[in-house]
Design a protein around this ligand. Structure first.
Ligand code: OAD
Length: 341
């Protein structure tokens, strides 16, 4: 059977929504819905953050930068690139505005996002309709005593690329971490109730801008009940999307696909107006264009330098220990010669 042509897919989805077959829409999102705001995703070959980090020969693997174990050991590496991942002055995209429009029309059951940029809220999605399962940059605390750390001091540390230290007591001096979820940390509380249960209750599921490579998020689309349409909006197919007969795949850029869908729904003008209202006060993306690429590349160069340095320090430390051991052994009394008789 031929795949349905794209325009019929938009009409099919529009009909499902317009005919009130869907009133509990769940949207599962990833980095791909924010790339047009200026933040590169992780896994797109050549432009994704991990492709850039893969060139760093002393980093054990690209994701290590976001591993809790590695962070505890070498937080300065995370803070070397924190400034270029931190969402300042970002404009929500038209895809984020589409989520806000679904909420405005009382159709949105929940947005479950892996993103930590807060752009759903910036677009006007009510806070109770967003579950950011990988946390956010909004708050931070000491990883030792868990004491919250002031926002202004955190901003300063991020801008300067230095590791913030706990101010609670002189004795603590623990490392401060934004309340984002690193690999190896438990997910934010509420995953079962605000993500898994919501997908089970959904009557329409959108999966947008994610490679579905990170668990347990990656398993969420499978929880949609049989017969519930699942719509993938992404550059390529991911997970098991497309395997069920009611699945629909809109392959392309999120913003372009969302505009076409809004057109089919008769919502285009309303969507553009809502988006305009949420973005006009934002002066401009700090991450716009070439400037951002230059900043990102500079941050990655800095990281490479830090890794080289720490390796040469540890090599120096090792050879110092070896020298020390050789000298110590030389000073020990010689063992008695073994009697061969
Ligand atoms: P990925 O970078 O793994 O995947 C992004 C997906 O979006 C890819 O399939 C891209 O092709 C697609 N994409 C990119 N830009 C797009 C656009 N404008 N329109 C449509 N599709 C686009 O990002 P995530 O799936 O979000 O976790 O990654 C999941 C997690 O891995 C992140 O939350 C992060 C990362 O390691 C942690 O750091 C803990």
């Amino acid at each position: 059977m031929d795949a349905p042509n794209a325009s019929s897919s938009y009409d099919t989805i529009a009909n499902i929504i317009r005919d009130s077959h869907a009133t509990r829409v769940v949207v599962l999102t990833g980095a791909g819905i924010s790339t047009s705001a200026g933040i590169p995703d992780f896994r797109t070959p050549s432009t994704g953050l991990y492709a850039k980090l893969a060139h760093l020969k002393h980093l054990p693997y690209p994701e290590a930068i976001f591993s809790y174990h590695y962070f505890k050991h070498s937080p300065e590496l995370f803070y070397a690139i924190a400034d270029v991942r931190h969402p300042r002055n970002l404009k929500p995209t038209i895809s984020h505005a589409f989520l806000a429009l679904l909420a405005k029309k009382n159709l949105l059951h929940m947005v479950v996002t892996q993103n930590i940029d807060g752009l759903e809220s910036a677009a006007g999605v009510p806070p109770e309709k967003v579950f950011a399962c990988h946390g956010s940059w909004d708050t931070q605390r000491c990883i030792t005593c868990k004491e919250p750390f002031p926002d202004d001091r955190m901003k300063e540390a991020i801008t300067q690329g230095i590791v913030p230290r706990c101010l609670a007591t002189d004795a603590c001096d623990g490392i401060v971490k934004p309340d984002i979820v690193l690999f190896g940390e438990p997910l934010r509380e509420g995953f079962e109730e605000k993500a898994e249960h919501k997908v089970v209750e959904a009557d329409l599921v959108f999966v947008m801008g994610t490679s579905l490579k990170v668990h347990p998020f990656a398993n969420l689309p499978r929880l949609a009940c049989a017969g519930v349409p699942r719509v993938l909006i992404n550059r390529e197919k991911v997970g098991d999307l497309g395997n069920r007969k009611e699945d629909l795949c809109l392959l392309g850029n999120c913003d372009g696909e969302v505009r076409k869908l809004a057109d089919a729904l008769g919502w285009k003008k309303e969507l553009e107006t809502l988006w305009g209202a949420k973005t006009e006060h934002v002066e401009g993306n700090e991450t716009d264009g070439e400037d951002y690429t230059v900043r990102l590349d500079a941050a990655i160069d800095k990281l490479a330098g830090m890794l080289d340095e720490s390796l040469s320090i540890s090599k120096g430390h090792k050879s110092m220990l070896e020298r020390h051991l050789t000298e110590k052994l030389a000073r020990l009394p010689k063992p008695p010669e073994r009697d061969e008789k």
